[in-house]
Design a protein around this ligand. Structure first.
Ligand SMILES: *[C@@H]1O[C@H](CO)[C@@H](O)[C@H](O)[C@H]1NC(C)=O
Ligand SMILES: *[C@@H]1O[C@H](CO)[C@@H](O)[C@H](O)[C@H]1NC(C)=O
Length: 192
């Protein structure tokens, strides 16, 4: 596949456009707008072509996610299993943020199945921090997007207690309340 060269050209074009955009004098608003439109169109085409290549070939070289992230249903997932590192819940969330992602919010049972499948493949992750917490108000479990725990699926958080404000996901699609200060593996998700 010669996608790397084509990709390089695209990058170069976008950089050139970006330079022109910044350099354009105040008077040339129309030109600026046109270039901006072109740039956006170019970026959209780039995404579409990538998506098409990936869908058609399933080739990892056309992966749409950063290296070591998994692609599933138009999203990228990171499982900290390769890092040999455990983190507190807030530090896990911080890791995800640094990659413009969030601790996983599980939106339906298909996604839950996918995550469970990954967990089965890696026995070293018996549980995972997920983006679910009742730190703001005890007993009110909210996903990272502000939705209530049962918004997406009928799930319960077991073992809830005052000092256990962060949820971890285990086998059997079960969620447990845990002390946020505990160290563990985690999973991030972002839209492509
Ligand atoms: C996470 O929480 C710990 C203590 O609870 C705190 O010391 C640390 O600064 C926090 N880290 C982040 C990234 O928020
Ligand atoms: C995150 O997004 C910002 C702003 O769009 C970008 O500058 C940065 O490179 C991104 N970081 C990663 C790791 O993708």
């Amino acid at each position: 596949m010669e996608s790397s060269q084509g990709h390089g050209e695209d990058e170069a074009k976008r950089e050139t456009l970006a330079v022109i955009l910044t350099a354009a004098p105040e008077g040339s608003q129309t030109l600026k707008r046109e270039l901006l439109e072109q740039l956006q169109q170019c970026q959209k085409q780039h995404r579409d072509v990538n998506l098409m290549l990936h869908t058609v070939t399933q080739d990892s070289r056309c992966s749409l996610c950063p290296e070591k992230w998994l692609w599933w249903m138009g999203r990228c997932y990171f499982f900290s299993v390769g890092l040999q590192e455990n983190r507190r819940w807030n530090e896990s969330a911080e890791f995800c943020r640094q990659y413009n992602s969030s601790l996983i919010v599980i939106e339906d049972s298909a996604e839950m199945d996918f995550i469970q499948e990954v967990m089965t493949k890696f026995p070293q992750i018996p549980f995972l921090w997920v983006g679910l917490t009742d730190a703001k108000q005890e007993g009110q479990w909210l996903w990272g997007d502000g939705r209530a725990v049962q918004h997406y699926m009928q799930v319960m958080v077991e073992w809830d207690a005052d000092h256990r404000d962060c949820a971890d996901l285990r086998g059997g699609a079960s969620l447990f309340a845990a002390d946020c200060e505990e160290y563990g593996p985690w999973a991030c998700k972002k839209e492509y």
